[in-house]
Design a protein around this ligand. Structure first.
Ligand SMILES: C[S@@+](CC[C@H](N)C(=O)[O-])C[C@H]1O[C@@H](n2cnc3c(N)ncnc32)[C@H](O)[C@@H]1O
Length: 257
């Protein structure tokens, strides 16, 4: 399942899913809100991007741009990039409704259409990285567009979740496949036989090595706890599972000077 096929599947898949994604999760995300994942950890609480005012910030896998709008609201020059045209149309809709505009571009994480050393901060909130086959290219591209000493922060499904069925209930608490099996999760269209959706798994060590290989030093790894009174179900994320196992990993890394 190479990069070209992953992209061919995931772009149209996100186009199809975008309306439902925004109507289901838009309120939780907030038009100009910044949450790092289904646990509801906000950037205002985590503060992993550092000061964003007057800084050039790129969000990769920006969807409807909610996080970038939060950055803009704090004086940062945030830009979005996403593979899905429909997600970007939602971004445009919220730009117009909110009056907080996030300039955004259609593109892919593995081939960023920006000059070298253009940004102080690059981030992804569950965007792009687990959907790319060529992770080394995506991390190298991030390093290329960051200025020396720049920060890269991204949240992904916690790699340990790979062992469990993607079920928010009790079924999702019993490990049933190997953590070390990197065979991607693939959905195929029954009628056409074409790949419809691909998600790639890496272990925690794989992520650390990918960062180090591109010149990043890991600064922190946050594993947000599920708030005891938080009862939201988001796909395979739920209170039932969240109180026992981590659902989100938030990596924070700095590019060498
Ligand atoms: C789970 S959504 C997250 C969107 C947004 N960050 C949020 O919190 O709502 C993942 C996003 O990644 C985008 N995406 C998937 N593959 C990508 C790629 N190769 N390059 C850029 N974006 C990609 C999808 O189109 C989708 O908008």
């Amino acid at each position: 399942m190479d990069e070209a096929e992953s992209r061919r599947a995931n772009g149209p898949d996100w186009d199809r899913y975008a309306d439902e994604y925004q109507s289901t999760h838009g309120e939780f995300l907030g038009d100009a809100g910044f949450v790092w994942g289904p646990e509801g950890l906000t950037e205002a609480e985590a503060r992993v991007l550092g000061e964003v005012a007057d800084r050039d910030v790129l969000e990769v896998g920006s969807g409807a741009g909610q996080c970038s709008r939060w950055v803009r609201g704090r004086g940062g020059r945030a830009y979005g990039l996403d593979l899905s045209h429909r997600q970007l149309q939602h971004s445009r809709r919220i730009d117009e409704d909110s009056g907080l505009r996030v300039p955004s571009v259609l593109g892919t994480a593995t081939d960023l259409p920006f000059a070298d050393a253009s940004f102080d901060v690059v981030f992804c909130s569950f965007g792009a990285l687990q959907f790319v086959a060529d992770l080394a290219d995506a991390v190298a591209e991030t390093a290329r567009v960051l200025r020396p000493g720049g920060r890269f922060a991204f949240s992904i499904t916690h790699p340990t979740r790979w062992m469990f069925p993607d079920d928010p209930g009790e079924e999702g608490l019993t490990a049933s496949q190997s953590y070390w099996d990197r065979t991607p999760y693939v959905e195929v269209d029954d009628e056409t036989g074409q790949t419809r959706y691909v998600e790639h798994h890496r272990t925690l060590g794989d992520w650390v090595r990918a960062l180090a290989a591109a010149g990043f030093a890991l600064v922190d790894l946050l594993e947000p706890e599920w708030p005891p009174d938080h009862d939201r179900v988001w796909g395979g994320w739920s209170r039932t599972r969240g109180l026992l196992t981590p659902g989100t990993a938030l990596f924070v890394a700095d590019l060498a000077h």
